[in-house]
Design a protein around this ligand. Sequence first.
Ligand SMILES: N[C@@H](CCC(=O)N[C@@H](CS)C(=O)NCC(=O)O)C(=O)O
Length: 215
Amino acid sequence: MVVKVYGPEYASSKRVIVCLLEKEMEFEVVNIDLFKGENKSPDYLKLQPFGLVPAIQDGDYTLYESRAIIRYYAEKYKSQGTELFGKTMEEKGKVEQWLEVEAHNFHPPLYTLVLHTVFSSKLGITPDQKVIQENEAKLGNVLDVYEERLSMSKYLAGDSLSLADLSHLPFGHYLLNGAGKGYLIRDRKHVSAWWDVISNRPSWKKVLHLFPYPT
Ligand SMILES: N[C@@H](CCC(=O)N[C@@H](CS)C(=O)NCC(=O)O)C(=O)O
């Protein structure tokens, strides 16, 4: 059964797709145009009742929340493609820890920055410099912790690539492309080296090729 991924053009869906590629899974996509409100259609709301992308359909099984989806497939296809969820319980614990850090420390200030820079005109938001500065400072503090961590290991959860690293790609991409905040990465030696390693994965390059970010 080929997995269907809804809304491949959007960043949260790219989190799922990069993991499916690393797991060497076949998938097909169903476009959902958020700007036309297709995410609020009755059929789509049956899949994702909050009207957000992504959602996946795998035969009769459906799932939403991008980080839940990547955990599901990393576990389900543990021995296929790249191992992304740790070989031992202890490694898995570290992957979980950094997935949570991505979701709760890295993502919120970055999401606000992206709204006020990349998408302000499209969403009719007046960029608020105070909000931008506050969230840039918050993200900088988070990335200082990453810098320390990545001075000790090549990847966030240890010496192997994991879901936690890949999860940073879709929104991290905006810092260097669109938000004009690439220095938050480039001014931190170990974060910068880590970013180069993960963003040069063939899987991520393929995501960008198949589903380019709107320019
Ligand atoms: N926690 C959700 C967040 C999904 C999300 O925010 N998706 C955005 C696109 S990147 C969306 O669907 N936005 C539409 C809206 O807010 O109405 C996940 O990770 O799946």
